[in-house]
Design a protein around this ligand. Sequence first.
Ligand code: UDP
Ligand code: MG
Length: 339
Amino acid sequence: MRLGIVVPCYNEEAVLAETAKRLIELLNRMIEKGKISPDSMVYFVNDGSKDRTWEIIEAQSAASKLIGGINLSRNQGHQHALLGGLFTAKGDALVSIDADLQDDVNVIEEMVDRYHEGCDIVYGVRKQRETDTRFKKLTAEGFYKLMLWMGVDIVYNHADYRLMSRRAVEELKGYKEVNLFLRGIVPLLGFKTANVYYDRAERFAGESKYPLKKMLAFAWNGITSFSTVPLKLITILGFIIFLTTLMATGWVFLVWAVLDSAIPGWASTVLPIFFFGGVQILSIGVIGEYLGKVYSETKARPRFIIERVLEHDDSPPARTRKSAEANHKSREKTNEHHR
Ligand code: UDP
Ligand code: MG
């Protein structure tokens, strides 16, 4: 089994040498044990770094045949760099991991074991977040909970550290969205999956490339690319205001008829404001519902993926790894999705 390890790198000159060293050690160990074939490789994806990252990748690649490099034309962001790596790298299974050694590289061996047991996707899941700051911990966990609440199926405490089999990667090509949130898409692929657990360490060197602003943008992208719940909330809000107005109208009527202490002009001024406010928000919500439909239609995601086909005839080999639709094109034109 040929393994490819994809490592997106943006201004990572401080950690690259160490990362390469550890990954080479790991690959050699697994090759010795016969778990992976000797043509397995690490692919460093240079995501338009402004420092010496690419030079280091070139040097590493010249020094070891286990190291390869993919140079992107400019900075495309973590998710796109990852995708570029996954769609370019060769291997029966591909592992994606960050360059900063926060994720324990040794669990890759466990991932490969799960692969040999028949899993197509293996998620690396963090055991604890002791090394993160309290703020990062709170925001990150809040984010996972919010996503689950909004109906986005993501693996709790899993970042982009995972193994995917060749066919899972091929199926991923059917998801053509530009606003890429891989953590949300990979679970949609289905297939047999497993989790492996590890302790997340501190960044080996250098600084986080995800400052708060990027983190918020990432979270927002995750929600708006996967969920139309925010649109539904508008409908609900409009409906609540509308109902409240109706009840207020009843109360105003009571004050006027029974208590006889109505202030002239109050009802005719205040009630219409709320009434029309409610009607307008409700209407925007209804438009939102349709917009939500358009939104999922324009995504044109594959509607199903076939895991296996059992056949008993002599025709050419069973197409066990192809979904019935959507993927033929992406196989013919493998470069189309590098948008
Ligand atoms: N990264 C990238 N392009 C970017 C930003 C980040 O390829 O525009 C890479 C970065 O080099 C690292 C990974 O994405 O390998 C995760 O970034 P980082 O460790 O800074 O994020 P954090 O762990 O702090 O969330
Ligand atoms: Mg990191």
